[in-house]
Design a protein around this ligand. Sequence first.
Ligand SMILES: [Zn+2]
Length: 787
Amino acid sequence: MTPKTFAALFAAPFLLFASGAGAAGDPAARSGADAFAQLDYLLATPTDERLATGAPGPGYWQQRADYDITVTLDDEEQRIEGRETITYHNNSPHDLPYLWLQLDQNRFRRDSDDMLTKTAPDFAQLSYGALASLLERRRFEGGVSIEGVTDARGEPLPHTVNRTMMRIDLPAPLKAGESLRFSVAWSHNIIDATVVSARGGYEYFPKDGNYLYEIAQWYPRMAAYTDYAGWQHKQFLGRGEFTLELGDYDVAITVPADHVVAATGELQNADEVLTAEQRARFEAARSSDELVFVVTPEEAAANAREAAAGTRTWRFQAEDVRDFAFASSRKFIWDARRARSGERDVMAMSFYPNEAEPLWSQYSTAAIAHTIDVYSRYTFEYPYPVAISVNGPVGGMEYPMISFNKPRPYADGTYWDVRQKPGDKTWERSKYGLISVIIHEVGHNYFPMVVNSDERQWTWMDEGLNTFLQFLTEQAWEEGYPSRRGEPAKMTEYMASATQVPIMTNSESIHQFGNNAYGKPATALNILRESILGRELFDHAFREYARRWKFRRPTPADFFRTMEDASAMDLDWFWRGWFYGTGHVDVALGEVALYRVDSLDPEREKAWEQARAEAEEPSLSDQRNAAAERLLDRQPALKDFYNESDEYRVTPWDYAQYEKALDRLTERERALLDTAEHFYVVTFDNLGGLVTPLPLRISYEDGTVEELTVPAEIWRHNAEQVKKLFIRDREITAIEFDPYRSTADTNVANNAWPRKVVPSRFQLFKESEEPNPMRRNDEDAWSQPIR
Ligand SMILES: [Zn+2]
């Protein structure tokens, strides 16, 4: 701190100077203007379909695709054979000469773009799993065989497969507002999802010779046709997920007779596939807040021991879903209970083999019910009749009403409590890994299953929003819940890292995928909620977004605009910094200067100057010369007036000057000379580049503490450095920026004035005692340490 006084007489010219700073030509001023410029040129122009408010407009439309599917699961060959009739409703105002369908399984062809464009792995750290996956992709005969495409009369329709997309050419354009019915027959092999990360596939259990199937991206699906991009038929390269149309599904799934099937939608023929006792348990679960086993662990174990002959067909119906997935195995335990979404009852159900116990019956269905409860409060009521979690080979993947979740205990039933450290695999064997992944995947029912965003383009629109709500839901589970993502401090390492791309990057080109598309947007929304809008404004705006776009297809601009529209806050600086930029928050608390008013009173001011002078330490030379005899000590006659006078003595001339000065002042100006306040000027340096609000804690000499937040707009003139004036009647003893770690500031060492010590530990390294080659042949020798 540098104490200073300022003369009130110069206040007016000083203020003039201050308001003149930051004029055109000052590069720092330009960076402030850039940081707070409107996003207009980055966002699509509002249209009749998508309004400037962020809401769907009067011209909004979307296509619809209804599916009627029969499918057979071949448990001998691990194959799917299916036939579907799609009724495609062209609600667009355009005539369509052809239709595009997605053939996602073609990603697994050996000559797919995914395979051909895969770059080499890092052989310096290749895992066993990564090598097995590389070899399985080389061995597996993937890809869809299209057995036929026919119109409603059974006549063949010409079709062309381009990689993961198929074009069906129509004899005449499908007119705006008209519908078309056509059929596709197909088959494909099912991939081993324990080896290849595939969002669906099978797991084989050598112990009892059984398979467990999680089947997804298994039927030719309509590509989305939109007002903002036309056909969304960007090829599937494996990362950018699925952009789909909503519709109704009627699906008949034929499986081995003793399999239990879980699927999107409601079971239509329970009387054909369940025993009377199972049906009674299922009905009891509908109104039960306690877990009910529809298939008990003992029944599942017995089922797995001997395979029955023949097949059985399970029929499901689902309304207003964008996709359909199912799981099938004779190993499934099936539990169920009622979940509540506002006033609605939802059937929460879990399907898992005995290998998943004791974790799954304890936590899976409980986590589903909790997710629906919390998400509904922040968005809208869960619109579907069932919500399902299935344990199998897929790490964590979401589909409408059903999700696949991997965590399972060790064979002896023990498990970790929490993911130990980033990058390890213990979350797959942990309690909180299970609860978190179920919250996340069930939460995806809201984003993107119902708020139907374009996943092939924008991963963050579902993963980021969902991870944000996942954090709120985890924190509502128990105090101290070990959330991986959400707290700003958990994102600082990534935010300061080198290989970043903006959140607004196409899914396929994202670096550090989890941090970029899940962690950073979730953190951004948490900061927006806690530190910028506050909970009330944020929750209202976020709920408004969810409701506006429920069963519709939003774009990033619709989200950005709605959050501003519903909160009366210009957030363009925030979207620009967090979503379009790669800067990070690192604010350094710089110089703190204290100003007091110069009273002009010679008695007060000379006394203050004297006290200051006396408080100053003598220089090193002065100290060492202090005892030395000087010339004037020996020859006092050399002294004159100046050697004897006291420079701090108030002279009659000083009094006269003071009187003269007071005479020139008005009564009001004279009163200002008595101002007692402390004027603190605190310098903040923005080292990270990302503008941020400044949450501050100020401590005073009397022991009191004040907390306040300076809004981010303080950076609007100069985004690199700002000086903030604090007028206080007491002396400040300490100032701390971001005391509650709420801004994702990457370097806390420069956050306090006076600086705080950052305590840490270093570990001592013990050199390894590997036996030398001379000792390796002799076990007695190498089991003894070398001293
Ligand atoms: Zn996700």
